[in-house]
Write a protein that binds this ligand. Structure first.
Ligand code: PMP
Length: 395
């Protein structure tokens, strides 16, 4: 019956993570998967989240199904966080928000929505991008293509603008709102402004992916692109995640919001998103969403969360400086300034696939073969080991 089923090649990043877990070598370092590890190499349980968990457990009663679109307190908390509680667009009822199953779930619901209601539209992805972007859209039968993004160690803004200026109207343009995965290279404020103008003029549909809010310049600062698109009047889509900034990866907490021209359109869009959800997973789980909502809606926990996100971001920046310092001393002929200018969890190291393999095989240091390093896996105990290993493969 199943003899014709081909084996699954596996997801490159998740497979690497599994290989890391099985590696018996002491002192191994995992810089592959996009997870924040603390100074002790552990995934932190944030204090704000733990306190919220206790409140949710104490209040727990019956567990009915949530509505298809998710819990109302979660959805409004997400809207207030992303758009500002008093923003006229939100007050006018022009934003449809659903609780996702992680932001991956939000992306999938959006992909089904695009397939059904924008059947002729292609999704433009940055080259490079998170590998799963292509998989999610193509899995829903949506055609994807790419726009130039990164060339010779830096942003190719001219190439990006040129390609997008030729995209047909109603094309969907996927943009990383901050902390671009995998390159760590973001647009400047002025470039965002210029891009938003072009998207509007060309009637393109922007789709922001906000998976690393708080890891760039701060929870609020990282909403610059969202505010620019709101100021331009929309419409746009936004998938956001709490996996990284609340360290709740396995709880699958995220959302999808669609900013619409009118409240009437927002209501119809919400209805269609519910339809997509109903025939996919029916409704999201309760616990993680209630924890996130409790952090966001409890002023004391919300400020504690802000401080904890600031600390995670600052620690990554310190690791960037430390790596830069050791590598610059060890490999004098090479410029490592990109470690300082790239933002968020990731850096494109410029290492070749062979050099990445050598790091893994000879030094037990794991990076993605594209040369992407998760800087959040560094700590003061392993940064020197990693710098030495990198210097060795670069020699
Ligand atoms: N978008 C990007 C760019 C990501 O890097 C990730 C996670 N690696 C996601 C979306 C999905 O995040 P989650 O499903 O955990 O919310």
């Amino acid at each position: 019956m199943f003899a014709h089923i081909p084996p699954y090649a596996g997801d490159p990043i998740l497979s690497l993570n599994e290989a890391f877990q099985k590696d018996p070598r002491a002192g191994k370092v995992n810089l592959s998967i996009g997870i924040y590890f603390d100074e002790n190499g552990k995934i932190p349980a944030l204090e704000s989240v733990r306190k919220a968990e206790r409140l949710v457990v104490e209040a727990a009663g019956a567990r009915p199904y949530l509505p298809m679109e998710g819990a109302a307190n979660f959805r409004s908390a997400v809207q207030n966080l992303l758009f500002g509680a008093d923003h006229p667009t939100l007050k006018a009822g022009r934003i449809a928000t659903i609780q996702g199953v992680g932001s991956s779930g939000g992306l999938k619901v959006a992909a089904d929505f695009i397939k059904a209601h924008f059947p002729a539209s292609k999704v433009y992805l940055s080259n490079p991008t998170w590998d799963n972007h292509r998989a999610v859209f193509e899995g829903s039968g949506v055609e994807t293509t790419t726009y130039p993004y990164y060339q010779d160690g830096q942003l190719d803004f001219a190439g990006m603008m040129d390609a997008l200026s030729k995209a047909p109207a109603r094309s969907v343009v996927l943009l990383h709102a901050c902390c671009h995965n995998p390159t760590g290279v973001d647009l400047s404020a002025a470039q965002w402004t210029e891009l938003v103008k072009l998207l509007n003029e060309r009637e393109l549909l922007p789709f922001l992916d906000l998976a690393y809010q708080g890891y760039g310049d701060g929870l609020n600062e990282d909403l610059f692109a969202v505010r620019e698109l709101l100021a331009a009047g929309g419409p746009f889509l936004l998938a956001n995640s709490f996996s990284k900034n609340m360290s709740v990866y396995g709880e699958r907490c995220g959302a999808l919001s669609v900013v619409c021209p009118t409240a009437d359109e927002a209501e119809r869009v919400l209805g269609q998103l519910k339809f997509m959800i109903r025939r996919n997973y029916s409704n999201p789980p309760t616990f993680g969403g209630q924890v996130v909502a409790t952090v966001l809606n409890t002023p004391e926990l919300n400020s504690l969360w802000h401080a904890e996100v600031d600390a995670m971001r600052t620690r990554i920046q310190a690791m960037r400086k430390a790596l830069h310092e050791v590598l610059s001393a060890k490999v004098p002929g090479r410029n490592f300034d990109y470690f300082l200018t790239q933002r968020g969890m990731f850096s494109y190291t410029g290492l070749s696939p062979d050099q990445v393999d050598a790091l893994k095989n000879d030094h037990a240091v794991y990076l993605v073969r594209s040369g992407r390093m998760c800087v959040a896996g560094l700590n003061s105990k392993n940064v020197e080991v990693v710098a030495n290993a990198m210097a060795a493969v670069l020699a």
